[in-house]
Design a protein. Structure first.
Length: 140
């Protein structure tokens, strides 16, 4: 595991790449800002632990990269779901900006979802999951 860079689950391109291997632009890129009507927070290596300790219950962490097409698809699904999810907090971690978190949680393929309950890792999903699969992860 040590020394291997995380990779896109669709094409296996390494996260260190500046662009997606296929060169394709996938519709559905999500803008995660404070203006969003839903609560999707952006966290980093520096503030992940404090964010997790401040939010009890279920926290869904989306590990992604800006250049990753499948990540954009999953991001759009999460954005659509966020306003209706009442029992979880959704958090995004850009693996290019937060490599320590990616390494710590052994993220070797993206997109990847990790589910924390009361600060403890309880489940994970790698690849694009649809809204039904994500809801099942949250409610398990």
């Amino acid at each position: 595991m040590e020394g291997s860079a995380p990779a896109c689950s669709a094409c296996a391109a390494e996260l260190a790449s500046d662009s997606h291997k296929s060169g394709e632009v996938v519709p559905g890129e999500v803008s995660v800002t404070g203006d969003s009507p839903s609560f999707i927070a952006q966290v980093s290596d520096e503030d992940f632990e404090s964010f997790l300790s401040e939010h009890s219950g279920t926290v869904l962490v989306d590990f992604y990269a800006d250049w990753c097409g499948p990540c954009k698809i999953k991001g759009a699904i999460l954005e659509d779901m966020a306003s209706s999810v009442e029992n979880a907090t959704i958090v995004k971690v850009n693996v290019d900006d937060s490599p320590q978190l990616a390494q710590r949680f052994e993220i070797t393929g993206i997109p990847a979802l990790l589910v924390f309950r009361d600060g403890k890792l309880v489940d994970r999903n790698v690849g694009v999951a649809d809204a039904e699969q994500i809801s099942a992860l949250i409610s398990e």
